[in-house]
Design a protein around this ligand. Structure first.
Ligand code: HEC
Length: 148
């Protein structure tokens, strides 16, 4: 199941798909930015619970699952041609698709680890897993997201 997810998750069809049209391009950008906002919403909620004592501890799993679900919807959002427009995606993504995909896989694995800790771990473990996930977000952004 997990392997299946990973292989479909970051399979951007680099060689097989022709460049997208301007309209399709805009849709891909809007979609992927929306997905990242969902991911970010869940991470902020988790942060409030783990670090600021928000009482919704029994909703941690909703959020850790939400991150995994959202990541799994990125699919083909980085098709060739979708680097133009109102996007902070760096052209490095299309120059180094393998590296970008690896960064995506690491983040997915980190989100999975957090979800495991939410289900089976203690708070210490959850905090560590959350920090690891944050590091994987930053790692990708540093390499593949342009400054504002
Ligand atoms: C594999 C690379 C990668 C990973 C991993 C990643 N991001 Fe991003 N993120 C990007 C790129 C590229 C953009 C810019 C997308 C665009 O503007 O088209 C982005 C944009 C964003 C945005 C701005 C969305 C907007 O409104 O424009 C947020 C917020 C964000 N990411 C949060 C996160 C969080 C939180 C994590 C980790 C849980 C994460 N990202 C993991 C590559 C990544």
């Amino acid at each position: 199941m997990r392997l299946l997810l990973l292989s479909t998750l970051f399979a951007p069809l680099v060689l097989t798909t022709p460049a997208v049209s301007a309209d399709e391009n805009e849709a891909l950008i809007t979609h992927r930015q929306g997905i990242y906002k969902i991911v970010s919403g869940h991470t902020n909620a988790i942060k409030s619970i783990l670090f600021q004592n928000h009482p919704a501890t029994d909703e941690l799993e909703y959020h850790s699952q939400g991150i995994l679900n959202a990541f799994s919807k990125l699919g083909q959002d980085y098709a060739p041609g979708s680097e133009e427009g109102k996007t902070r995606a760096s052209s490095k993504i299309w120059e180094d698709m393998d590296g970008f995909r690896d960064a995506g896989k690491s983040a997915y694995e980190a989100a999975k680890a957090l979800d495991d800790k939410v289900k089976f771990g203690d708070r210490e473990g959850q905090i560590q897993a959350f920090k690891d996930l944050g590091a994987s977000c930053k790692g990708c952004h540093k390499e593949y997201r342009k400054e504002k």
